[in-house]
Design a protein around this ligand. Structure first.
Ligand SMILES: Nc1ncnc2c1ncn2[C@@H]1O[C@H](COP(=O)(O)OP(=O)(O)OP(=O)(O)O)[C@@H](O)[C@H]1O
Ligand SMILES: O=P(O)(O)OC[C@H]1O[C@H](OP(=O)(O)OP(=O)(O)O)[C@H](O)[C@@H]1O
Length: 220
């Protein structure tokens, strides 16, 4: 980007976006009206601040846009950050939204007889193969991961695998699918993320936005 181009703030569509909107307002950023128009096919939006434009992308893609410097700022869950582990991303502010946890779950009847301390090889359906492998490798368990994008809860009952690693909040999805949580891998919230090179090139401007978001999160 050149000096007079706007900074790009990458926002995830879906549940985080709703929770992020009040924060954005408190940080002094009002998206143009078309941003709230669900029929709009636009993906890039101006805001009340000439130096900030917003893009709306999938939650995993927020991290990719920021890591490669296509967006300078973004909002992403630390589930996504842990899965990619991009060194180019700096995550200075916990925004306190999108609270959930990443957990291992298995069928209720399996858990009655199961002892996680005795696992040596397990097969897991997940959207998070890297986190899962790292987590289990640390205690000498080989995790064979089958990557799914959603509806992980179906996998054990249909014989795809014994266990899943997925996000849990209320626990209603696990319960509805007769699964129980056996282990928490990480607690999850959404973070303000920054491209490290952009932070170095524009320390005052990016630094001011980090502080605006920090104040907005603290005021919640
Ligand atoms: N049940 C939940 N409660 C709270 N936060 C959640 C929950 N599920 C997901 N999240 C957070 O929201 C982020 C986006 O999840 P969401 O389910 O909206 O995306 P998705 O629809 O699965 O993925 P994509 O954006 O690729 O379509 C996750 O990365 C996580 O940080
Ligand atoms: O514990 P709960 O409160 O039931 O929340 C957990 C569910 O939320 C997420 O899915 P989401 O609703 O985002 O749908 P998805 O399958 O599109 O990811 C997650 O993947 C679980 O399925």
């Amino acid at each position: 980007m050149t000096a007079n181009e706007p900074f790009i703030l990458a926002l995830p569509k879906g549940r985080i976006l709703k929770e992020a909107m009040p924060l954005l307002k408190r940080a002094g950023i009002e998206p143009e009206p078309d941003f709230s128009n669900e029929d709009s096919r636009a993906l890039r939006f101006k805001t009340s601040v000439p130096e900030i434009e917003i893009i709306r992308v999938r939650s995993f893609d927020v991290a990719t846009f920021v890591a490669f410097g296509a967006a300078q700022l973004g909002i992403a869950g630390n589930d996504v950050l842990l899965e990619f582990d991009y060194p180019e991303i700096y995550a200075p502010v916990d925004l306190g939204i999108g609270k959930c946890r990443l957990s291992v779950a298995e069928p209720a009847e399996m858990s009655e007889k199961d002892d996680p301390a005795r696992w040596s090889h397990i097969r897991v359906a997940t959207k998070y193969p890297h986190i899962t492998q790292r987590h289990f490798a640390a205690r000498g368990v080989q995790a064979e991961c089958i990557k799914l994008q959603g509806a992980m809860e179906l996998a054990p009952t249909l014989g795809l695998c014994g266990r899943i690693v997925d996000l849990v909040s209320s626990g209603a999805t696990l319960k509805a699918n007769n699964l129980v949580e056996v282990e928490t891998i990480a607690t999850v919230t959404s973070r303000l993320i920054v491209n490290r090179a952009a932070m170095k090139t524009y320390p005052h401007q990016i630094g001011d936005w980090v502080e605006n978001f920090r104040a907005a999160a603290e005021a919640a």
